[in-house]
Design a protein around this ligand. Sequence first.
Ligand code: ADP
Length: 396
Amino acid sequence: MKILVINAGSSSLKYQLLDMTSKDDLASGIVERIGEDMGTMTYKTDGKEVFEKPFPTHKEAMVEVINILTDADKGVVKDKAEIAAIGHRVVHGGETFTEPAEVDAKVIEGIKANIPLAPLHNPGNLTGIETAMELFPGVRQVAVFDTAFHQTMEPKVFTYGIPYEMYEKFGIRRYGFHGTSHKFVARETAKLLGKPLEECNIVTVHLGNGGSLAAVKNGKCYDTSMGMTPLAGIIMGTRCGDIDPAIVGVLAEKLGTDVAGVEKVLTNDSGLKGICGSNDLRDIHARIEEGDKQAELALDMACHKVRQFIGSYCFELGKVDCIVFTAGIGENDPEYRARTLSGLESFGISVNNDKNWNWDRTPSFISDDDSAVKVAIIATNEELEIANDTVAVLGL
Ligand code: ADP
């Protein structure tokens, strides 16, 4: 059975075709700069292929994806009818969606209703769904929400200390993101622990260009570091994470800009990039080697914040079975992991130096055998999780 996973942004369309028996990635790629004079298609066949042409709308982009998937020479399917179902990543499900949902008119209305909470993301996601419905008539589609896994948080955890009617009127509360990854990694961690997920307390640490943590209690999300938007929480590649909210007003005044202008600074020019000019840990490490103090400060700040969150989540959970790292930095940066969890032996957290630095890329523990709290690395796979959800929701 083949499932197509679509992640549509406002000007991009990412796709992956998965075989659900082998769980193999059969084909994947991304169309970028949709709607601009010239767009780019990057996709994988034997190697990586790139070409440019204009993609006026998502429809032309998706037609190109279908052409590549069904290409007589290099395609992986003979006919698009071989695609059993389509799973879509949707960023914001608000309080409407606590689980993935098969797309119908009501689900489309629900995604629309949550546009005010994610004005930059949900419209693109919706365009992806509507285009797929048009080009794959009769193929069932499922929406998988980044926020859904976090909907088990209790009011004391998700409510902000602002007038309560702001929540009632505008839905302002903590929602959390990366839920698909946190859910996938938590479930894989439970397998590694050899216990049912419902009996596991886990701190999931997703560190990519964006990043977030989740405290998973008895298999369900109890707390998470992102907020109403993905700007909150830890210090990320270009996003500031948690800051004093009064800074927004101060910056608007000092920079002579409006709130949207400040938000742009906090989203695109802050985080690691704002501190040292680079948001890629590979560059940051290279610069630290050369004695760059600003790069050192950026790394120190980022690890400090992640450590703070892990500490508070350990207290919130009371008892923790495992702390698990995932995503670009979590999987590839032993130095970051080591700094984040150093010197915590008295709290029962003991990272094994050798295992941390020589992780073999299989889901495994990197803690000492006698560490009361296990530490693991598990590569995330959000596309596979969306495909799994699609199969489960449709009962295929
Ligand atoms: P996204 O949030 O875009 O999905 P990823 O999970 O792909 O991000 O993570 C991308 C980040 O991972 C890069 O910005 C870089 O900082 C980090 N990264 C990737 N490879 C390495 C590596 N070998 N060592 C350290 N950091 C890495």
